[in-house]
Design a protein around this ligand. Structure first.
Ligand SMILES: [Zn+2]
Length: 309
């Protein structure tokens, strides 16, 4: 059985702009690339714009450059199409969604949120690993919830139809969102803390709450969020999927590789060409073909359809 795959997060775009990554002709260290995606039957990819605060360009300028790179890529490669209800994962096309990781490019200006929406952004990871105008990161345990501006931004995202991503966000921020967001929230690239105790990972009660409101959680392939062993493996990824299903139900789990944003990929998953191995392991673990398809593709694609109309 050849399953389609959907991936909730990658950091390809920053390297495409600042490190010369080419979509069809990958550098050795590059993960996201057309040949690997075709090999692995990757059918839906969220492309995040993560801005690096150490670069000279402001986060806003970096994001503008990345949005241009994204749209140039769609123009250059006919195989790519913006994700929407008419996308058929059985076709030879690959669907894409533009997202933003860290609200720094918006600053304290909701007009900029509209500007990025008009450029195609359909999901926003509220924070990266630093506090910003919206809220605080999980890597600062005990930090407070969303700011007043953050809450206003959430209401605006709900109105516009931008998916709210809690990857990197602190626990108090997630609690606030569970209270105020009128749309289901998601975690594009986060794991279960019960299996790997890291501040980037989610507690069971948040996994359940995200599942109950119709959100999804993408399993992150980063070694540090999967295991305390020296090397992560394919089995660590499958264990995370299985655990998320056990805690939140079959509809909550999906993939959020974090490719091109992580160093040291799990054994067997060097890039999207390895995706089919996940389906093989899920079958060995007793998941039915219908369930495997939910985990590899449908959960994330159904969630994103709410925002990609
Ligand atoms: Zn990230």
């Amino acid at each position: 059985m050849r399953y389609p795959f959907a991936d909730g997060h990658c950091d390809y775009l920053l390297s495409a702009v600042y490190r010369g990554y080419q979509f069809a002709d990958p550098l050795p260290e590059q993960h996201i690339a057309l040949p690997y995606m075709q090999q692995g039957n990757a059918k839906l990819q969220l492309f995040a714009m993560w801005s690096n605060l150490r670069l000279e360009d402001t986060p806003y300028t970096q994001c503008m450059n990345m949005a241009k790179a994204y749209h140039d890529m769609l123009k250059t490669y006919d195989v790519l199409q913006p994700f929407g209800p008419d996308f058929d994962p059985e076709s030879d096309k690959i669907a894409t969604v533009l997202t933003m990781e860290g609200a720094e490019p918006i600053g304290t200006d909701l007009d900029k949120l509209h500007e990025f929406y008009d450029l195609g952004v359909r999901a926003l990871t509220l924070t990266w690993n630093f506090p910003n105008a919206v809220g605080f990161p999980g890597v600062q345990p005990g930090s407070p919830g969303l700011t007043d501006f953050g809450k206003a931004a959430v209401r605006e995202m709900n109105k516009l139809g931008v998916a709210i991503d809690v990857a990197h966000l602190n626990n108090a921020g997630i609690d606030d969102l569970l209270e105020i967001s009128t749309q289901p929230i998601f975690a594009s690239h986060s794991n279960a803390r019960a299996l790997c105790d890291h501040t980037r990972n989610l507690y069971d009660h948040h996994i359940r709450a995200i599942a109950d409101m119709g959100g999804v959680i993408g399993v992150n392939f980063c070694k540090d969020f999967l295991t305390t062993n020296a090397q992560a493996t394919l089995d660590d990824v499958v264990d995370q999927l299985r655990y998320l299903v056990d805690v939140g139900g079959i509809h909550v789990a999906c993939l959020g590789s974090d490719y091109d944003g992580i160093f040291g990929c799990p054994e067997g998953l060097p890039n999207p060409s390895g995706f089919p191995r996940i389906a093989e392991r899920l079958a060995e673990a007793g998941f039915t073909p219908k369930e495997i398809r939910q985990l590899t593709y449908e959960n994330l694609s159904n969630y994103m359809l709410r925002f990609c109309k």
